[in-house]
Design a protein around this ligand. Structure first.
Ligand SMILES: Cc1ncc(C[n+]2csc(CCOP(=O)(O)OP(=O)(O)O)c2C)c(N)n1
Ligand SMILES: [Mg+2]
Length: 371
């Protein structure tokens, strides 16, 4: 049975329980790929810790942490085929990393260098969207274009990530409604991390689950344990396959609700202690995706202390190298803040750019730097 054929109001797909014991169907993933999955999650966790620390030291402007969400991001991204596209929100550093977006680019973006938001040639990752849910209609449009260009038989699938809060936006409704009507090759991947900054999931919608919203758009919705990377891999694989080659009478799109938790603050500008309790955080930390996969891999004989140590060492080196590269890249010229949105600047923006240039000329750049 496909993982998608479940009641989106009730069941939740799980492969590993909280101790890493197998409770569902283990997906067909090779041994090396399983270890790579673990490596990617460890890399994401370490990167996250270092990024928060860089921000605290004044070496980065702001940063949205992802700890707790590695299973959903890595598990889903590893299910994609090379030509598939990722359309991320602002928190998808681990999913983007898996797809070939170097960590140094992510660092540069959050350090204020817009060039960090530009993927390397051949990497199918769309730019990060900060306006909530705005990426959803973009993802539908990209998928629809692929279908139109290829005579109704799209070549690739388009996975779009967004949060629980995004499901309250008009863009969510419009994007999913169009996807259902035009039967586009999309996977709508909702990272339900229980909070939209300080708004809890219960205040977001009266729906029992987020996955059930798919029913209204005429396609499948499925809940998955988002802190179980193997379950996420299975569900995403099934959804991608259906997006590209649906069975008789099946609609291509799927809404995945990955149930999980963000351990840290919404961004480094937020203080979660004012709206949630430590007990709640601890309850979710018991479901941590990393020890879960580690326990499974140790049971399979794919990991032991020595191999875990080697991965930890490699991960530290990879993050240190990314930080070194990001910090040694020359900062962009301040005038570039007016670029990248319009091919040709509209008159009011051109005027602001000119005014800014004149002020720089008159007072010098030092006048703009923080003490
Ligand atoms: C259109 C829009 N409205 C409001 C905001 C401010 N804002 C930034 S993040 C956020 C909460 C988003 O929560 P959710 O969709 O659950 O994603 P999460 O941050 O939890 O990953 C809000 C309201 C925004 N960025 N864009
Ligand atoms: Mg959220």
């Amino acid at each position: 049975m496909s993982t998608l054929e479940r009641d989106p109001r009730e069941s939740m797909v799980q492969v590993l329980d909280e101790d890493g014991s197998v409770v569902g169907d283990v997906p067909d993933v090779g041994d090396d790929e399983l270890v790579e999955m673990y490596h990617n999650m460890k890399l994401a966790r370490h990167f996250d810790t270092r990024a928060v620390s860089l921000q605290r030291q004044g070496r980065m402007g702001t940063y949205p942490p992802l700890s707790g969400q590695e299973g959903a991001q890595v598990g889903s991204a590893m299910a994609l085929a090379e030509g598939d596209w990722t359309i991320p929100s602002y928190r998808e550093h681990a999913a983007n990393l898996v797809r070939g977006m170097g960590l140094e680019r992510t660092l540069r973006y959050w350090m204020g260098d817009e060039r960090g938001n530009s993927p390397p040639e051949g990497v199918n990752v769309f730019t990060a969207a900060v306006p909530i849910a705005s990426q959803i209609p973009h993802a539908t449009g990209m998928a629809w274009a692929d279908k139109l260009k290829h005579g109704g038989d799209p070549e690739n699938a388009y996975i779009c990530y967004f949060g629980d809060g995004a499901t309250s936006e008009g863009d969510f409704h419009e994007g999913l409604n169009f996807a259902g009507v035009f039967d586009t090759p999309n996977v709508f991947f909702c990272n339900n991390n229980q909070w939209a900054i300080s708004v809890p999931r219960e205040r977001q919608t009266a729906s029992e689950t987020l996955a059930q919203k798919a029913v209204a758009y005429g396609f499948e919705g499925v809940r998955v344990d988002g802190m179980d990377p193997l379950a996420v891999y299975s569900v995403t694989s099934d959804a991608l396959e259906k997006a590209k080659s649906p069975g008789e009478g099946e609609r291509r799109p799927t809404l995945v609700e990955a149930v999980q938790y963000r351990y840290g603050a919404h961004t480094t500008a937020d203080d979660p202690s004012v709206y949630r309790t430590d007990e709640e955080v601890e309850r979710w930390k018991a479901k941590d995706p990393i020890p879960r996969l580690e326990a499974f891999l140790r049971n399979q004989g794919l990991l032991d202390d020595e191999r875990v140590d080697a991965i930890e060492e490699a991960v530290e080196e990879e993050v240190a190298a990314a930080i070194e590269e990001a910090e040694s890249t020359a900062r962009p010229d301040p005038s570039t803040m007016f670029e990248h949105v319009f091919e040709e600047a509209p008159p009011d923006l051109a005027e602001q750019a000119e005014e800014f240039a004149a002020i720089r000329e008159k007072y010098g750049d030092e006048a703009f730097l923080e003490e």
